[in-house]
Design a protein around this ligand. Structure first.
Ligand code: KIV
Ligand code: ZN
Length: 503
C-alpha cells in the first residue's frame, strides 16, 4: 500500500538561517506562495522571537498562504512560545514547533541543565503550546547523539503533554542510514502513544547523508520529512526537498510513499530561491543543476536519441524542465507572454502582465531569442523592484581607469543625480549611488552569469554588500553587464534601507 508522507518545508526558517540566504519580508512571501504552488504540506516560516522582521515575516506568510499549514519555531520557554503563537495566529492551520536539546553534550555544554530538568521543560513547553495552538510539534534537538533510553523518556513526556508531531532531528548531520532507521523504529516500538502522533525526520547534510537518512527514517516509521529547496540550510544544508521527493517518486518499488508535491513546479521553485537569495547551485546538483539532464558523451546522446530510458531515470519534464525552452521572440504578443508565464506556474495580475510585457519588449529588441530562464529573471527582478526605494533611471559611464559615472535615481516622484570617479565603471556608479543615498558599503561578493545561451544573453548579476556590519544580497539583470551589476548593487542598498525603515 502506498502511504502518504508529509513534506515540511523549512527553507524559510532553517534554510534562511544559512549565510547569504537571508530574505526580506516580501521575498519570504513570494517564496511561500511558490511553496504553496509546489504543494508542500507545511511551511515553517521562521523563528518569530528572533527579531521584529522575523516576526513580521512569519505573520505575513501565515496570512498569505491558504493550503499549507504554517509553522513558527520556539525554544521551550514561555516568551518564545507566546511570540510564535501570536505570529501564526492568522494562519488557516497553524503549527507551533517547540524544541529543546536532549543529548548530554548539549545538556552539559549549552543548556547546563540536568536530564530531569530538560524532561520537565519539554513537557511544560508542549502543555503551554497546546493551550495556544491546535497543533504542536516537539523536536528533541540532537536526537541522534542522545542516549536512546533518555530520548524515549522525553518523547513519552512530550506525547503525554499533547504533542501531535514528534521530530527526531539529526542536528549535526552525524548519523547514518542504518542508525537513523533503528532510532525511529525503537522509539516508535517502545514509547506508548507513538501510534497517535506523526514522527518526523529533520536531517543536516554534514556528511552528505541527509537525503539517504531521510529515506531510511521512512523505513523506520517517520511519515514527515523536514527539508529545504536546493538543500540550503545551516552549514552543509538540510535534506534537499527535490532530491528526497524525486527519490520516492522514481523508486516507488523501494519507497512506496506518495507526497502532495507537484513535481513539475520543482524547477520554478529552485530558480526562484536562487534569484531571491543569490545562492547558486552547482551545475551537477541532482534534479535542479544545469547539467542534471544534460547528456554530453556521444554514446549517451546516441542512446537517449534511440530511447530516453537508456540513460534517463526520470524525465526533465517531470520536474518542470522543458527540453525545448525557447519561448518567445520579438513578435510575441501580450497574451502569448501571459500564457507562457502561466505554463511556468506564475500567476500574474493584469498590471504585472502589462509591466512584464514592457520589460519583455525592451529585452526582445536587444536579444533575438528569449528563453524560460530569461523570463524567470525578468519576473524576479520586476517583483523585487516593486518593493524598491530607489530605482535606477539612467546610467552613463565613460573611461576605465579611472572611470566616471553619472547616475539618475528615482524615489517616489523625486529624481536625484550624482557623479563619481572610481576604479572602473561599476565602482564609479556604485559610489555615485552611495552619494545620492548617503550610505557607504563594501562589495563582498560579485558574480555575473548569463541567464540563457547566446552572445546577446541577459546578464544576471549577484552581489553581497556589507552595510553597517551586515551583509545584504542584491540581484540585477540587463543585457549590459555594467548596468546589471549596478542594479544589483542598488537592490542590496534598497534592502538595507527597507530594513532601516522597519527597524
Ligand atoms: O537541526 C535542528 O535540530 C533544528 C531543530 C530546531 C528542529 O533545526
Ligand atoms: Zn536544523
Amino acid at each position: 500500500m502506498v502511504e502518504r508522507v508529509e513534506i515540511f518545508d523549512t527553507t524559510l526558517r532553517d534554510g534562511e538561517q544559512s549565510p547569504g540566504a537571508s530574505m526580506n519580508v516580501n521575498e519570504k512571501i513570494q517564496m511561500a506562495l511558490q511553496l504553496e504552488r509546489l504543494g508542500v504540506d507545511i511551511i515553517e516560516a521562521g523563528f518569530p522571537i528572533a527579531s521584529e522582521q522575523e516576526f513580521e515575516g512569519v505573520q505575513k506568510v501565515a496570512a498569505a498562504v491558504k493550503k499549507p499549514r504554517v509553522a513558527g519555531l520556539a525554544r521551550a520557554n514561555r516568551a518564545d512560545i507566546e511570540r510564535a503563537a501570536k505570529a501564526i495566529e492568522k494562519a488557516e492551520r497553524p503549527v507551533l514547533h517547540t524544541f529543546i536539546a536532549t543529548s548530554d553534550i548539549h545538556l552539559e555544554h549549552k543548556l547546563r541543565m540536568t536530564r530531569e530538568q530538560v524532561l520537565e521543560k519539554a513537557a511544560e513547553a508542549v502543555r503551554l503550546a497546546k493551550t495556544l495552538v491546535g497543533r504542536v510539534e516537539f523536536s528533541a534537538e540532537d536526537s541522534t547523539r542522545s542516549d536512546p533510553k533518555y530520548l524515549a523518556h522525553v518523547v513519552k513526556a512530550a506525547i503525554d503533554a499533547g504533542a501531535d508531531v514528534i521530530n527526531l532531528p539529526d542536528t549535526v548531520g552525524y548519523t547514518t542510514p542504518i542508525e537513523i532507521e533503528e532510532m525511529f523504529r525503537n522509539v516508535i516500538a517502545t514509547v506508548p502513544g507513538s501510534d497517535k502522533v506523526v514522527f518526523s525526520c529533520h536531517n543536516h547534510n554534514d556528511l552528505g547523508l541527509a537525503v539517504a537518512n531521510a529515506l531510511a527514517a521512512l523505513r523506520g516509521g517517520a511519515r514527515q520529512i523536514e527539508c529545504c529547496v536546493n538543500g540550503i540550510g545551516e552549514r552543509a544544508g538540510n535534506t534537499s526537498l527535490e532530491e528526497v521527493v524525486m527519490a520516492m517518486k522514481t523508486r516507488q518499488n523501494v519507497y512506496p510513499f506518495e507526497t502532495g508535491i507537484v513535481t513539475e513546479e520543482i524547477t520554478n521553485t529552485s530558480r526562484l530561491l536562487g534569484n531571491l537569495t543569490g545562492l547558486t547551485i552547482s551545475y551537477n546538483k541532482p534534479i535542479v543543476g544545469r547539467n542534471a539532464f544534460a547528456h554530453e558523451a556521444g554514446i549517451h546522446q546516441h542512446g537517449v536519441i534511440a530511447s530516453r530510458i537508456t540513460y534517463e531515470i526520470m524525465t526533465p519534464e517531470s520536474v518542470g524542465r522543458s527540453s525545448n525552452d525557447l519561448i518567445l521572440g520579438k513578435h510575441s504578443g501580450k497574451h502569448g507572454l501571459a500564457k507562457r508565464c502561466a505554463d511556468l506556474g506564475f500567476t500574474l495580475d493584469e498590471n504585472e502582465v502589462t509591466e512584464l510585457y514592457q520589460r519583455f519588449s525592451v529585452l526582445a529588441d536587444k536579444k533575438k531569442e528569449i528563453f524560460e530562464d530569461d523570463l524567470r529573471v525578468l519576473l524576479a527582478t520586476m517583483r523585487n523592484e516593486s518593493f524598491e526605494t530607489y530605482s535606477l533611471e539612467q546610467l552613463r559611464t565613460s573611461g576605465s581607469d579611472p572611470a566616471m559615472a553619472l547616475v539618475k535615481l528615482k524615489r517616489g516622484g523625486e529624481e536625484f543625480f550624482d557623479t563619481a570617479i572610481g576604479d572602473g565603471p561599476v565602482d564609479a556608479a556604485c559610489q555615485a549611488i552611495e552619494r545620492v543615498v548617503g550610505v557607504s558599503g563594501r562589495l563582498q561578493e560579485f558574480n555575473i552569469r548569463a541567464a540563457s545561451p547566446g552572445k546577446d544573453a541577459l546578464g544576471e548579476a549577484h552581489v553581497t554588500v556589507l552595510l553597517d556590519g551586515k551583509s545584504y544580497y542584491g540581484t540585477g539583470a540587463s543585457t549590459d553587464i555594467i548596468e546589471a551589476a549596478v542594479k544589483a548593487y542598488l537592490s542590496a542598498v534598497n534592502k538595507y534601507l527597507a530594513l532601516q525603515l522597519t527597524a
